[in-house]
Design a protein around this ligand. Structure first.
Ligand code: ADP
Ligand code: TZD
Ligand code: MG
Length: 589
C-alpha cells in the first residue's frame, strides 16, 4: 500500500531559484517494509513464521495488515522448523522471520536443518547497522550475521538499498527451490526498512521469479545406461527417499514402480508415496531386501548414515550395482560407486525411463518377488498380536497399535513424529497411505521439530495433525502448544511419557540426590500444560484411552495433548540406533 508524502520537496530549480507556480502533486511513496511484503506476495508467498522484535516488529504488523498470515512463535527455532516444513510441503520457500543476533541464531539451527534435509526455506533476519557491526562498536544485538549464516546454508544475501529488495528476494527464492532445495539466508539491516522510495519505481523494482525450479532433463545416454543396469538385475530394489516425496510427481512414481514390478523400500518420510500396504512394498522386509538385492535404484534418497553409507553388514555379501536419480550431480559416488547416475529431476527421469522401457518390460524374477513377499507377510503376522495388546502400563506396541488404526481410518491427516523409541517404533508400526503425510526428525535425527512441524502442517494442509512425541522430544518445543492454542489449530499431541530419555529407569550410581542424566520427573502431567492455555488435556493409561482421546481430538479439532503413560522399562537405549552410541568399556573404581 502506498504512503503519500506529506511534506513535498520544495520545487527547486537547478539554478537555485524557486518557482512560484502550481505546487506539484504529492508523490506516492513506498518503503522497505512494504517492498519486502510486496515482493513476497508477488511471488505467491502469503505466510510468515516468526518471532517479533527490533527491527522487524512492524514488518510483521504490516504484513498482517496487507493480508499475509503472520504466525508468531514462542521461539525462533520452532518458527524456523515450521517454515522448513512449509517449504517441504508446498515447494515454495517457507519464510522464517527473526530479530537480530540471538533471534537470528535461534532461526539458524532450523535453517541449517532445512539445508541438510533439502527443504526450501528463507530465513529473513533483521540485523543491526553495518557501520557499527563492521567496526564492532557494540550495537544493540550486534553480529555479523551474513558471515555466520554462509557456511550453514545454500546461499546468503544482504540487501542494503530499498531498490534492491525485489532482486534480493527473487535471488533468495530461486536459490532455495532450484536444483537441490535448501535453506537461504536473507540479511535485512534495520535501516533498510525505513528507506523510502517512489512507489512506482518501487513497484517496478520487484521481480516475479519465472519458473523458479526448472525441469532438469536427464541425458539420453544416462537413461539408456540405467535401463541396461536394471535389465540385468536378478534381485532389484527401489529405494524412495524424501526427495521423491518433495518432488510432487506422485502418479509418475507410482506408475514407474508398478511398470517396473520392482519391490521398493520407502525411507521414513517417503512412506505413503505409495500406500505402505502396496503389494510391492518391501518395508517389512527391509533387512532381507538390502542384504540380498543385486541392483539398487535410489530415487531422491541419499546413501548416508540412514542407509549405512551403502556398504557393510546391512548390505550383505552380494555385490551391488547402484542406479541413482538425483537433481544434485555431486550426490553421485558420495559413498559408493554409482554404476548408472541419472542427474535430473525425478519426474523427467522417471518419464524418460518409462519411455525407454517400452510395453514389454519384464518384471523381476518371481523367486525374488516371492522371497520378499513371504518375509513381509511373516513379519506383519508376527507383529499383529503385539499391536493389539491392551496392557497397562502401556508398552510402545500397544499405544502405537491404537494410533496405527487411527491413521488407517484418517489417511489424510499429517503425522509428525520424534523421539528415540517413540520414533523408531512408530516409523515401523504406523502405515502411511498418502504422500507427504509423515514428517519426522529427518536427516540429522534432530529433536525439537515437533510443534513447529505440526503447526506448519496444520496451516499448510488445513487438515488435522497428529504429533507422536517422546517425552524428551516434546520438551524441546513444548512451549509452542500456546501457539497451537492461540491459533486454535487442529493438532493432537500424544506424549509418550516413559519418564525420560529412552527409559525412565536409570539410577545415579553414586547414590547421590541428583537423578540419572536420562531421567525426568516421574509421572509428569504434560496434559495440564495444554489446559493451561485453554486446550484439552487427557491423561491416558491404556490403548483404549488413547484411541478415545485422539479420535475425539481429531473430530473436534480442539488443540489436545494426550499424556500417554508408557511403561518406563519398555524402551531401549537410543531406540534402533544403539549401534551408533559409543559406550565405555573401562570401569573405574
Ligand atoms: P531420505 O532421507 O528420505 O533418504 P534424503 O534427504 O537423504 O532422503 O535425499 C533426498 C535427495 O533428493 C537429495 O539428494 C536431493 O538432492 C534429492 N532431490 C530433491 N528434490 C529432487 C527432485 N525434484 N528431483 C531429483 N532429486 C531431488
Ligand atoms: N538434542 C537434539 C537437538 N537432537 C538430538 N537428537 C538429541 C539432543 C539427542 N537425543 C536423541 O537422539 S533422542 C533424544 C535425545 C535427547 C530423546 C529420546 O527420548 P524421548 O524418546 O523421550 O524423546 P523415548 O521414547 O523415551 O526413547
Ligand atoms: Mg521418553
Amino acid at each position: 500500500m502506498a504512503a503519500v508524502a506529506t511534506d513535498t520537496l520544495p520545487n527547486t530549480q537547478t539554478d537555485g531559484s524557486s518557482v512560484s507556480e502550481a505546487a506539484p502533486e504529492p508523490k506516492a511513496l513506498t518503503d522497505g517494509f512494504h517492498l519486502v511484503i510486496d515482493a513476497l506476495k508477488l511471488n505467491g508467498i502469503h505466510t510468515i513464521y516468526g518471532v517479533p522484535g527490533i527491527p522487524i516488529t512492524d514488518l510483521g504488523r504490516l504484513a498482517q495488515a496487507e493480508g499475509m498470515r503472520v504466525l508468531s512463535f514462542r521461539h525462533g527455532q520452532h518458527a524456523g522448523y515450521a517454515a522448513s516444513v512449509a517449504g517441504y510441503l508446498t515447494q515454495k520457500p517457507g519464510i522464517c522471520l527473526t530479530v537480530s543476533a540471538p533471534g537470528f541464531l535461534n532461526g539458524l539451527t532450523a535453517l541449517a536443518n532445512a539445508t541438510t534435509n533439502c527443504f526450501p526455506m528463507i530465513l529473513i533476519s533483521g540485523s543491526s547497522e553495518r557501520e557499527i557491526v563492521d567496526l564492532q562498536q557494540g550495537d544493540y544485538e550486534e553480529m555479523d550475521q551474513l558471515a555466520i549464516a554462509k557456511p550453514l546454508c545454500k546461499a546468503a544475501y544482504r540487501v542494503l538499498h530499498a531498490e534492491d529488495i525485489g532482486i534480493g528476494i527473487a535471488r533468495a527464492i530461486r536459490a532455495a527451490v532450484s536444483g537441490r532445495p535448501g535453506g537461504v539466508y536473507l540479511d535485512l539491516p534495520a535501516q533498510l526498512f525505513a528507506q523510502v522510495m517512489d512507489e512506482e519505481a518501487g513497484r517496478n523494482s520487484l521481480v516475479e521469479v519465472i519458473d523458479p525450479a526448472p525441469a532438469q532433463i536427464p541425458a539420453p545416454d544416462a537413461v539408456d545406461r540405467a535401463l541396461e543396469v536394471l535389465k540385468g538385475a536378478k534381485r532389484p530394489l527401489i529405494i524412495l527417499g524424501k526427495g521423491a516425496a518433495y518432488a510432487q510427481v506422485d502418479e509418475t512414481i507410482q506408475a514407474f514402480v508398478e511398470k517396473s514390478g520392482i519391490p521398493y523400500l520407502p525411507m521414513s518420510m517417503a512412506k505413503g508415496l505409495l500406500p505402505d500396504t502396496h503389494p510391492q512394498s518391501a518395508g517389512a522386509a527391509r533387512s532381507l531386501a538390502l542384504k540380498e538385492s543385486d541392483v539398487v535404484m535410489m530415487i531422491g534418497a541419499r546413501l548416508n548414515w540412514l542407509l549405512s553409507h551403502g556398504k557393510g553388514k546391512t548390505w550383505g555379501e552380494a555385490p551391488k550395482k547402484f542406479v541413482q536419480i538425483d537433481i544434485e550431480p555431486r550426490e553421485m559416488d558420495s559413498n559408493v560407486e554409482i554404476a548408472a547416475p541419472l542427474v535430473g529431476d525425478i519426474g523427467s527421469c522417471l518419464t524418460a525411463l518409462m519411455d525407454g522401457m517400452g510395453d514389454n518390460w519384464a518384471s523381476p524374477p518371481q523367486d525374488w518377488i516371492d522371497a520378499i513377499r513371504t518375509k513381509v507377510e511373516t513379519n506383519v503376522a508376527r507383529m499383529a498380536p503385539k499391536l493389539q495388546n491392551n496392557n497397562v502400563p502401556m508398552d510402545f506396541h500397544g499405544a502405537l497399535g491404537a494410533l496405527r488404526t487411527i491413521i488407517k481410518e484418517r489417511p489424510d491427516i499429517t503425522l509428525v513424529n520424534e523421539g528415540a523409541n517413540t520414533l523408531d517404533f512408530a516409523r515401523s508400526i504406523i502405515d502411511m497411505y498418502q504422500p507427504r503425510k509423515r514428517i519426522d526428525v529427518g536427516t540429522w535425527g534432530v529433536m525439537g521439530i515437533g510443534m513447529g512441524s505440526a503447526i506448519a502442517a496444520a496451516v499448510e494442509t488445513g487438515k488435522p495433525v497428529l504429533a507422536i512425541e517422546g517425552d524428551s522430544a516434546f520438551g524441546f518445543s513444548g512451549m509452542e502448544i500456546e501457539t497451537i492454542c492461540r491459533y486454535n489449530l487442529p493438532i493432537c499431541v500424544v506424549v509418550f511419557n516413559n519418564n525420560g530419555i529412552y527409559r525412565g529407569t536409570d539410577v545415579n550410581p553414586t547414590g547421590g540426590d541428583d537423578v540419572a542424566p536420562t531421567v525426568f520427573v516421574k509421572d509428569s502431567r504434560y496434559d495440564q500444560m495444554m489446559t493451561a492455555f485453554g486446550g484439552k488435556g487427557v491423561y491416558a493409561t491404556s490403548p483404549d484411552d488413547v484411541t478415545r482421546a485422539v479420535n475425539e481430538a481429531l473430530d473436534s479439532g480442539i488443540p489436545t495433548l494426550v499424556n500417554a503413560i508408557i511403561d518406563e522399562k519398555a524402551g531401549t537405549e537410543s531406540g534402533r540406533i544403539g549401534n551408533l552410541n559409543p559406550q565405555s568399556v573401562v570401569s573405574k573404581k
